[in-house]
Design a protein around this ligand. Structure first.
Ligand code: ZN
Length: 252
């Protein structure tokens, strides 16, 4: 079987997560003192399947190397303080290789910033996420200003975890599931080849421990949905056809 060519980006970020309280939740405190923060990677994924070549999420932009405060705005900069060298950006690591488009799991700054390095690519997100980002400006900040997105075309699907799925390329190779969990329009992508699959879950869990122990990510849109989703991910992780669960901030 062909191996997926997944590029994992290890951008070190001083991020606002990972303090475990009561083993129930990875707490995110925007104004938590800096010495309580730990560094976690920010990853995006390069996927090559069934002749489709694309990124899932975009990580940090090279603009954070130039002037992170200017790029993110003070609020987002203070909350996440990205640390990255220019050669760690997705564009740099792609090294001129073509991608068709970028599929977003959601629009938080550590996932969306890198689209600034791909000004001519189509960027897909859920309609729900785009709408939510415009009524929740503090969380999403200024990065979405003047950016246009293509919407994922979700259809009713009673087998999908929250009833909505989309066959992104129409050939069954990439299925998106709408998951109103971490944000209103978060998306999980299933990458399928020969009945085997990877799940790229975005921030539906910050790490393996999240679904194995049911630990909630700090930032939540709907905690009940997130618990349901973590249980679903755990079930999938035990499926013999599942090749791996990939989330954005796991140290691996
Ligand atoms: Zn994130």
């Amino acid at each position: 079987m062909k191996q997926y060519k997944l590029i994992l980006h290890w951008f070190q970020v001083v991020f606002q997560i990972e303090v475990v309280i009561n083993e129930k939740r990875h707490i995110a405190e925007l104004f938590q003192s800096k010495n309580k923060r730990i560094k976690v990677p920010v990853k995006c994924f390069y996927v090559n399947v069934a002749n489709h070549v694309f990124l899932i999420d975009a990580g940090w932009s090279e603009k954070v190397v130039e002037n992170a405060k200017k790029h993110l705005g003070f609020g987002l900069y203070f909350a996440s303080e990205p640390v990255m060298s220019r050669d760690e950006s997705a564009r740099s690591q792609l090294n001129g290789e073509h991608i068709d488009c970028i599929l977003m799991t959601h629009l938080d700054c550590d996932h969306i910033s890198g689209i600034y390095d791909f000004p001519n690519k189509k960027i897909f997100c859920s309609r729900e996420e785009h709408k939510y980002s415009h009524i929740n400006r503090i969380r999403y900040g200024k990065l979405l200003k003047n950016r246009t997105f293509d919407y994922i075309d979700f259809k009713d699907d009673e087998k999908a975890i929250f009833g909505k799925s989309s066959d992104i390329f129409g050939d069954g190779s990439v299925i998106a599931y709408l998951t109103p969990t971490h944000s209103a329009g978060s998306v999980i992508y299933k990458i399928i080849e020969d009945n085997k699959y990877y799940l790229v879950v975005g921030d539906n869990g910050y790490m393996k421990e999240s679904w194995e122990k049911g630990i909630l990510p700090g930032v939540l849109y709907d905690s009940g949905n997130m618990l349901k989703c973590l249980k679903w991910i755990k079930d999938k992780s035990e499926d013999k056809n599942c090749l791996g669960i990939l989330c954005a901030h796991e140290n691996m």
